[in-house]
Design a binder for this molecule. Structure first.
Ligand SMILES: NC(=O)c1ccc[n+]([C@@H]2O[C@H](COP(=O)([O-])OP(=O)(O)OC[C@H]3O[C@@H](n4cnc5c(N)ncnc54)[C@H](OP(=O)(O)O)[C@@H]3O)[C@@H](O)[C@H]2O)c1
Length: 182
């Protein structure tokens, strides 16, 4: 059976997911914990840049690295390498994975969105707009997604920003209705 494809990302209200020079321009421990929990024991799809950025982090998970470079050597024996998103889905399926979790970065989110069944999005509220060129693909306006879960996180002593944890499911008919959130 084909694995469900879930994309997981944290972003600002205007879709920024990363800094111009790499890395993520905020720290939100609650979201890190959510990401750790939601990816544990899963097959993950990560772009080569994000994979190298997260070096040493993948214990208890099976990362599949997306790259055009057929000779790319991953850092650990169980880590896999593919050259396309369909190849990653087929590899996860061949290994009996029920879910493939797409963990970014921007290029990989863009490549994987047409294959995604579910989006898990942490929307982080800042006082001002964050401007950076590393973006999540536009998805609210394409009418394909239905908001199914919404959890509000307040700021606290450990988490400087308010956020919302949103889950969207792809509409079975690819959506003729208006999306429920904009
Ligand atoms: N906020 C979040 O939730 C989140 C999550 C993850 C990452 N990020 C941030 O995102 C940024 C990195 O994003 P990015 O777009 O620069 O890099 P990326 O998506 O992590 O990796 C890009 C690389 O992946 C490979 N790739 C991408 N699409 C491909 C395709 N269709 N076929 C084959 N290979 C493909 C290419 O590798 P080759 O060049 O080797 O061919 C490309 O250079 C960082 O700032 C990171 O911190 C944020």
């Amino acid at each position: 059976m084909k694995p469900e494809v879930t994309m997981i990302a944290a972003m600002t209200e205007n879709g920024v997911i990363g800094s111009e020079n790499g890395g993520i321009p905020w720290s939100l421990p609650r979201d890190k914990e959510h990401f750790r929990t939601r990816t544990r024991k899963r097959w993950l799809l990560v772009g080569r840049t994000t994979y190298l950025e997260m070096s040493g982090w993948f214990e208890d998970r099976t990362p599949i690295v997306l790259t055009h470079n057929r000779k790319f050597q991953p850092e650990a024996k169980g880590h896999r390498v593919v050259n396309s998103v369909p190849e990653a889905i087929a590899l996860a399926e061949a290994n009996g994975a029920r879910e493939l979790v797409v963990c970014g970065g921007s290029a990989v989110y863009h490549a994987a969105l047409p294959f995604a069944d579910r989006l898990i999005v942490t929307k982080i509220s800042f006082d001002g707009e964050v401007i950076a060129p590393v973006l999540f693909p536009e998805f609210h306006s394409n009418k394909k997604w239905r908001l199914t879960e919404r959890e509000r996180w307040n700021s606290d002593a450990n988490n400087a920003f308010k956020a919302e944890l949103l889950t969207f499911q792809k509409r079975p008919n690819n959506g003729d209705e208006n999306p429920q959130i904009s």
